[in-house]
Design a protein around this ligand. Structure first.
Ligand SMILES: Cc1ncc(COP(=O)(O)O)c(C=O)c1O
Length: 366
């Protein structure tokens, strides 16, 4: 965890990303940085084509597959450009010219994905939470899917709106998910998806790496206008080494995967997310000062978004929180309010400290 050694108390970052790293992972990075793998060079200086780095990539893929129980008919790709680049690359890679795609408009990030996809293909919004100002998810029964669409896109966790899908439908067309903010926080049925993509900087390390898990039959020859480095099929054929992969971010992802495994895997991560979020939501629900608008069944276990009934107290809340070692609690710029991101590296002690602080803040200002 982000502990500055000269500080008397531990500090916790509730940032939505890049997020905290476990202290064990930070220490390992620090220790290994000057001389990685007894090579005499730092990891930052390793050629990505060296046998040692290729082995690191292979082990990262193996560990990731094991943790997710990913079936053999899926390829794992490590690319750059973040999830935002995938917003455009998903239609360019998966759709035939003129083919449409279905999108669930669940919040801020789904909307961004839709806007970008619309530049490349006809997009059908199957259901939208915008009527509720994205404080609730559209019910599964209300999704109006098109059986002829090339795929159906969902955002498993709306990082800015504090909404998380708890179930994934079994669809006749490929299900595509942006899992940037909740991958590796719970077990997922990979076999239900055609494609899963996620940036790494929340639950799997640092910025620069985007992970793709794609079903083999969706790896099609790229359309002529698509640059080769951005083609899933080309990257799959080249083991994610068509161009230089984000080497440092890959190394940190491997350390994170080992850390997750040592904590007990995804079942343990899910139990921890459940316990941490339950503790914080209980504090909010019992309060007269704080309020969470999201219905209980839709609430995110990783991004707890809430507000003050008296918004004028927000600046004081944020300043006093920092004085208590509780950082980056401000809500998403497009949403406002308060957001506590409880990713894998956030310990229960951080949540306890936040709850104590909120209770005291309410006693003084409420
Ligand atoms: C759900 C979701 N999708 C996409 C993104 C964009 O990721 P990136 O900035 O790595 O492109 C984010 C970033 O917070 C996110 O939370």
């Amino acid at each position: 965890m982000a502990c500055i050694s000269s500080e008397p108390t531990e500090r916790y970052s509730f940032a939505a990303g890049p997020a905290m790293l476990p202290s064990a992972v930070l220490t390992q990075i620090q220790n290994e940085l000057p001389d990685w793998n007894h090579s005499g060079f730092s990891l930052l200086e390793q050629p990505f084509t060296s046998p040692a780095f290729k082995q690191l990539m292979a082990e990262t893929e193996q560990n990731l597959r094991k943790l997710l129980s990913a079936p053999h008919n899926y390829r794992v790709l490590f690319v750059q450009g973040g999830a935002s680049a995938q917003f455009g690359l998903v239609p360019l890679n998966l759709l035939r010219t003129g083919q449409s795609a279905d999108y669930l408009e669940s919040g801020h990030w789904a909307r961004k994905a839709i806007m970008e996809a619309r530049r490349h293909a006809p997009i059908n919004v199957i259901a939208s939470g915008s009527a509720e100002h994205f404080t609730a998810l559209p019910a599964l029964e209300d999704w109006r899917c098109n059986p002829n669409a090339g795929y159906c896109h969902i955002t498993s966790n709306e990082t800015g709106n504090g909404l998380q899908l708890q179930q994934f439908p079994d669809l006749p067309i490929p299900l595509v998910a942006d899992m940037t903010s909740d991958i590796f926080t719970r077990p997922i049925p990979v076999e239900r998806f055609g494609l899963i993509y996620a940036s790494a900087q929340k639950n799997l390390g640092v910025a620069g790496l985007c992970l793709l898990i794609v079903r083999n039959d969706l790896l099609r020859p790229p359309r002529p206008s698509l640059p080769s480095a951005l083609s899933y099929a080309v990257q799959a054929e080249q083991q994610s080494r068509f161009n230089t992969p984000p080497t440092f971010a890959l190394y940190v992802a491997e350390l994170m995967l080992r850390w997750i495994r040592n904590q007990g895997g995804l079942t343990a991560m899910a139990a921890a997310s459940e316990a941490k979020s339950r503790q914080l939501y209980r504090c909010i629900d019992q309060s007269d000062l704080f309020r969470c608008r999201q219905p209980i069944a839709h609430r995110s276990k990783v991004n707890v978004c809430f507000e003050l009934r008296e918004p004028r107290l927000l600046p004081a809340f944020l300043v006093e929180a920092e004085q208590h070692g509780l950082h980056h609690l401000v809500g998403h710029a497009a949403v406002g309010g308060i957001r506590a991101s409880l990713y894998n590296a956030m310990p229960m002690a951080g949540v306890n400290r936040l709850v104590e602080f909120m209770t005291r803040f309410e006693r003084i200002h409420g």
